[in-house]
Design a protein around this ligand. Structure first.
Ligand SMILES: NC(=O)C1=CN([C@@H]2O[C@H](COP(=O)(O)OP(=O)(O)OC[C@H]3O[C@@H](n4cnc5c(N)ncnc54)[C@H](O)[C@@H]3O)[C@@H](O)[C@H]2O)C=CC1
Ligand SMILES: O=C(O)C(=O)COP(=O)(O)O
Length: 394
């Protein structure tokens, strides 16, 4: 039974069945996590996978995982609608001072509330989003959904993505500066990477419109916080709204902070958690990879009694070396698939260890031999969990 460590809260017991149990161990086979940091110490030879419930993987040492042969998963799109709706909510409340108006109305005293309210409502005149320009930086799952919604609200939608996309409702501009110069609202929806860290800096703030509002739902580190405070103090733009609070930003004028709320809906949390558990279960049981951050995709029906899985650093004749070892042990190869991602590869090989009747000891020797091939990083042999295997074994 696999040992799974849940760094953040997950309710997994029902789903886990008999293949894994949640345990607070220092040497887990799998780690489940939301936004918390995955300590490097957990990346041991035991660690087969890290499953991120959510999108951002900046708190996981992906390079160390890859070198260790640890697959990293996230849940693309699972919380995109939740973030989109929150950005829309913030846009609406930015345009019209709803909370202040509600508080004011609740505080009115005496009779004739409607007359009192109407006599004072001039304090809460807002703006309309219709006709305003929104600039979306990062046109992925969230950015695209937001673009569609804003277009249908009658906004002008401009955007920027590292690699331009084929999108109907966004005018994609050449540079980030072009977006900043055009937009009343600038929304950051980028991952945190070496390239995007500090992307919004003093120079870029100079390109923004004086009345503009910057909304950051990507990651706090996309924005240089010292520069944002200076820029707001100098009136270079109007307001900074961020989902990533920091002490430096607290009590600064024109800054609104949310407690990392983007994906925090019942629906998004449950979709993300389900996908995380599905990825975990599938990989542990069958070795398949449908969407990983660092492994290539590899899916193959598990219709053999056993399966060899190998994650490796690519080199010529790698498969020949494996085939030679399997043949020496008289293990028949029934079907296989191998895919590449950058300089790494991953293969699923359906085999039958019953035909040569390998003992557990033989199987371990087989794993060791394949593991010692130049380039091999992680080798596993799985037993088919399905009824078909029982049938095949009979
Ligand atoms: N506030 C919150 O609770 C949440 C925040 N997020 C953040 O939002 C980010 C985006 O989420 P999704 O849209 O679901 O991810 P996604 O992976 O679908 O989209 C990211 C987009 O950014 C683009 N991109 C990457 N680097 C870029 C660069 N240097 N310049 C321009 N474009 C670049 C990619 O090409 C892609 O289109 C996540 O990585 C995460 O950091 C995601 C979900 C919830
Ligand atoms: O999916 C993401 O990248 C998010 O930022 C959401 O993170 P969370 O799982 O809400 O801590």
């Amino acid at each position: 039974m696999y040992q799974v460590k849940a760094i953040d809260e997950f309710s997994v017991n029902e789903f886990a069945g008999d293949i894994f149990q949640v345990k607070d161990t220092d040497t887990p086979d799998a780690v489940l996590v939301r936004s918390s940091k995955v300590p490097d110490e957990l990346i041991t030879q035991h660690l087969l996978l890290v499953a991120r419930s959510g999108i951002g993987t900046n708190t996981i040492n992906i390079d160390a995982c890859t070198q260790n042969g640890t697959a990293v998963f996230n849940t693309p799109g699972a919380n995109a609608n939740a973030v989109k709706e929150l950005v829309l909510q913030v846009l609406f409340t930015t345009a019209r001072p709803l909370q202040a108006a509600i508080n004011h109305t609740a505080g009115l005293k005496g009779d004739h509330l409607q007359q009192q309210a109407e006599a004072t409502r001039y304090q809460f005149i807002g703006h309309e989003l219709y006709g305003k320009t929104i600039g979306i930086i990062g046109l992925g799952a969230i950015g695209q959904r937001l673009a569609d919604s804003c277009y249908h609200l009658g906004m002008q939608v401009v955007g920027y993505n590292r690699s331009p996309k084929n999108l109907q409702f966004v005018q994609q501009l050449e540079t980030i500066e072009d977006v900043l110069a055009a937009a009343d609202f600038v929304v950051l929806l980028l991952p945190l990477t070496e390239t995007t860290e500090g992307l919004m800096n003093a120079d870029r703030f100079k390109s923004m419109r004086h009345n503009a509002v910057l909304l950051n739902f990507g990651r706090g580190e996309l924005v240089d916080n010292a520069a944002v405070i200076d820029a707001l103090n100098q009136g270079q733009f109007q307001q900074y709204i961020t989902d990533f609070p920091t002490t430096a930003l607290r009590e600064q004028g024109h800054v609104v902070m949310l407690p990392h709320l983007g994906g925090n809906t019942v629906e998004a949390l449950s979709q993300s958690a389900n996908l995380t558990l599905q990825n975990t279960r599938d990989f542990l049981e069958t070795g398949v990879i449908r969407a990983s951050v660092n492994f290539p995709t590899a899916d193959l029906p598990f219709n053999s009694p056993h399966r060899l899985t190998v994650f490796f650093k690519s080199r010529s004749a790698f498969w020949n070396d494996i085939a030679t070892i399997l043949s020496r042990h008289h293990v028949p190869v029934l079907e296989m698939i191998s895919n590449m991602r950058g300089e790494h590869g991953y293969m699923l090989v359906n085999i039958d260890l019953l035909k040569p009747h390998l003992t557990a000891e033989d199987t371990n020797r087989l794993i060791q031999e394949i593991s010692s091939i130049d380039g091999a990083i992680r080798v596993r042999i799985l037993t088919n969990p399905s009824a078909l295997s029982t049938h095949l074994n009979a």
